[in-house]
Design a binder for this molecule. Structure first.
Ligand code: 1PR
Length: 525
């Protein structure tokens, strides 16, 4: 039996799912006494360090936790729970940490995109049973803006490179904690957890750790989901956002089964977009929650879900906040949520009033679940102009002229799945969303969607130059060469595709093999 320290934030469901998939029974800590009774304690920390320490204190869990750790009983901490073991954090200087391991937590100081999101390697510094059966070449999933700095090298279990070499796992007696998320690290992560749970396993150092670790470019499989005319939730796919063919909604398969298939093929993440949620409110569309729950039971890579995250008043006058919608998505198994239409309306308001309210969905969700949990899904469309002076929006000089030979274009944001264009451009939207606390930009392109003609590199470069958070290139992938092109000609951190995978034109493994052969860093499974 495993005791799970769930202090009430973020996605602990994926940790529970991972442990249960290994045949374990998981009980949650409901009172301080549950920590005393624990045989093996797993502590998944999510979101903000200060909020976590505050919540532990409020629930009077600090004292029993400290006793448990001082008694050197089996403990596995994940992400912010690793950071909790240290003395203090720059993220919340007024909140003392547990101080079990001397050292502090500091923000990444690098030119690279922050948060550090994605699959990176490890260099192992001391033997541990958690690496039983590891080659040393495995990549594990990270998502964080802060990292720990240990005072004593003896506590360092692994390090990882991202602009600097940072401590990515610690081990001190029976206390093990990782900055990466084993529960989201595919088969390697499950193996690592299984090794922790079996204390009879021999402590080893993997044979061939890299001398320098590299963050992999991510390949993301996207499933646009909606009800078809018979009311079944299906995966669909549009051409320039039009998902109907001969009047019917295209049905490309069942969401849970397809997501699992993509996981097995080696997808680094899976994204669900609930594409009609702008009119069907998600809290009244529980099939999507069920899809997420069932997917998260067998897909152990990050899951993003988007669609309908906004404040809402139902027909009985009951109001729901965007945070409530997002919370329900997280409880159902999402690791990140994506916000589309609401982000456009929020940015329009910020530009109009000149200030942020602190109450927008972006700000509220980032505060509670962390910036890394908030993805902005942008649905832009090209608007061509003859001269830059013809518009107030920032323009791109394009090598693909418009219908009248126009040499310039700007990228107009849309809402409601591309149905309504707004007087806002994608570059400004991305910039303001970053300031409001978004952690990642999912950059679609209506002109390219479903065309198989390659990504819109001009759009990606324009947005990437404007923000420091990771950008996911989306729309237009038609062959492996398009993925290579997007990673060679832009600084996008990830590439997302849908149709090419749904139509089984090129399997994900083949895309990754092609990228690897062309010296793009990828995660192999
Ligand atoms: O506005 O917060 O409710 O979120 C709705 C979400 O649904 C948005 O993220 C929006 O992008 C998405 N969406 C709405 N309508 C459609 C549609 O297709 N009719 N899908 C839609 C957007 C774009 C990508 C697609 C890529 C790759 N789909 O998700 O998967 O373009 O496609 P490809 O590789 O086949 O070219 P809100």
């Amino acid at each position: 039996m495993i005791t799970l320290l769930d202090y009430g934030a973020g996605n602990v469901r994926s940790v529970v799912n991972a442990l249960e998939s290994l045949g374990e029974t998981v009980v949650r800590v409901n009172s301080p006494a549950d920590i005393e009774k624990a045989e093996r304690l797993v502590f998944p920390g999510v979101g903000n360090y200060g909020a976590m320490m505050h919540s532990l204190r409020q629930q009077q869990l600090i004292e029993p936790l400290l006793r448990y750790l001082h008694e050197d009983r089996p403990f596995f901490g994940i992400c912010v729970a690793l950071q909790a073991l240290f003395e203090s954090s720059e993220e919340a200087p007024k909140e003392a940490g547990l101080g079990i391991i001397p050292g502090r937590v500091k923000r990444f100081d690098t030119e690279l995109a922050i948060p550090h999101i994605g699959w990176n390697g490890i260099k192992v510094h001391q033997p541990s049973r958690i690496f039983h059966g590891f080659t040393g070449q495995e990549k594990l999933y990270f998502v964080h803006s802060y990292h720990v700095e240990t005072a004593h090298t003896a506590d360092v279990l692994t390090t990882t490179d991202y602009g600097c070499e940072f401590v990515s796992a610690v081990q001190k007696g029976n206390i093990i904690a990782t900055q990466f998320h084993p529960e989201k690290s595919g088969k390697a992560g499950l193996k690592l957890l299984e090794n922790f749970l079996d204390s009879s396993r021999e402590a080893v150092i993997p044979q061939s750790c890299p001398t320098e670790t590299k963050l992999a470019e991510r390949i993301i499989a996207c499933l646009d989901v909606r009800s078809n005319d018979q009311g079944d939730l299906v995966v669909t796919k549009g051409d320039q956002y039009d998902v109907r063919e001969d009047g019917d909604v295209r049905n490309l398969g069942m969401p849970v089964e397809l997501a699992h298939d993509y996981y097995e093929q080696g997808a680094d993440e899976v994204t669900f977009l609930n594409i009609t949620a702008f009119r069907d409110f998600p809290l009244q569309d529980m099939p999507m929650m069920e899809v997420l729950q069932r997917t998260s039971e067998k897909v152990f890579v990050p899951l993003t879900v988007g669609g309908g995250i906004r404040d809402f008043i139902d027909c009985n006058g009951k109001s729901y906040s965007a945070l409530e919608v997002a919370s329900e998505y997280f409880r159902s198994g999402a690791d990140k949520v994506s916000i589309g239409s609401d982000a456009v309306l929020i940015v329009e308001e910020v530009l109009k009033t000149g200030k942020a309210t602190g109450l927008s969905s972006i700000e509220q969700i980032a505060r509670v679940y962390g910036n890394q949990a908030v993805v902005i899904s942008v649905d832009p469309r090209r608007v061509y102009v003859q001269q830059p002076e013809d518009t107030s929006h920032p323009v791109v000089k394009t090598v693909f002229p418009g219908p009248e030979g126009e040499q310039y274009c700007w990228y107009q944001c849309t809402v409601k799945g591309g149905r309504e264009g707004r007087d806002l451009d994608a570059v400004t939207l991305a910039k303001v969303c970053e300031q409001l606390g978004a952690g990642e930009i999912l950059l679609n392109c209506i002109d390219k969607d479903g065309t198989n003609s390659g990504f819109d590199l001009e759009l990606i470069n324009a947005v990437k130059e404007a923000v420091t958070i990771p950008v996911i290139a989306s729309s237009g992938a038609g062959c492996s060469e398009h993925f290579l092109e997007v990673f060679q000609k832009t600084d996008a951190e990830a590439a997302l595709a849908a149709g090419i995978f749904h139509r089984k034109e090129v399997p994900i493994g083949e895309v990754k093999q092609f990228l690897g052969d062309n010296e793009v860093e990828v995660r192999s499974c």
